[in-house]
Design a protein around this ligand. Sequence first.
Ligand code: ADP
Ligand code: MG
Length: 285
Amino acid sequence: MHEPSPATVRCVGLGRTYRGSRRSEQVHALDALDLTLEPETITVLIGPSGCGKSTLLRLIGGLDSPTTGEVRIGNRTADEARQAKQFGFVPQAPTLLTWRSVRDNVRLLTEVNVKASGKASSTDADVDAMLAAVGLQGFESARPSTLSGGMAQRVALARAFVLGADVLLLDEPFAALDEMTRAEMRRLLCELWTAHRSTVVFSTHDLNEAVLLADRVIVLSGRPGRIIADIAVGLPRPTPEGLEDSSAFGEALREVRAALRAAQHQTTAQHQTRERYQTTVGGAQ
Ligand code: ADP
Ligand code: MG
């Protein structure tokens, strides 16, 4: 068999069960999930809140261990890939260090990476070029507290992309931003991705965002998260003027929306079954 690319992500029979708040309770966040993500693609995970999007991203990034199955990044385990610094991560809140300047926040992980993996350090010029690429030229010495939410998330994107990571994991990164800023951030992400071509996995609960960004949309069902639709989209990126009025966009949107409705329907049905069960059990006591 040929060697997989170091940027191929493979999830095989992936499951994660958490202990619930009551001692006997178990929360099945993900169940027997099989998924292969090809290099140089953007995959968007969408599904009802609590369906396991963040869990899946954490498992891919080696930040958590699966209960069943495994994740492979190329021919490494997720943990080995994490140690080899193959991941960049952009969370919902940018988590910048308030006492460091914008430049030093972006540089921080590259410093850590040099020590851990022996990869070449990003120079100040690399960091400043990345800051210019995300539109933050002139803010290199600013403190995070002086930035708007959108600017802070630009710093988080710069911090992730400057690493040159094989796989970028973005967990609802634009959820806290207003619609206009989100559109700008989408454009920026597309530009950065075009220049760097990492394997991107992006979670969202926003349909438009999913369809506009994705080569492929994975719709997850309510807990336990299972893949209920795998939809190839691949609209032009960055989004050209008028794309949102096109029939291609409309069709993709309808397809993802229908799958998402099915996912939500499934979640509601599960809740009703659980409530009925609890009522029955409660009534018998
Ligand atoms: P999403 O990101 O799609 O909203 P999550 O992956 O955060 O979903 O969570 C999936 C399910 O697993 C939820 O029901 C959540 O409450 C549960 N869960 C997530 N992390 C933990 C944890 N550390 N301990 C217990 N339950 C958790
Ligand atoms: Mg989440």
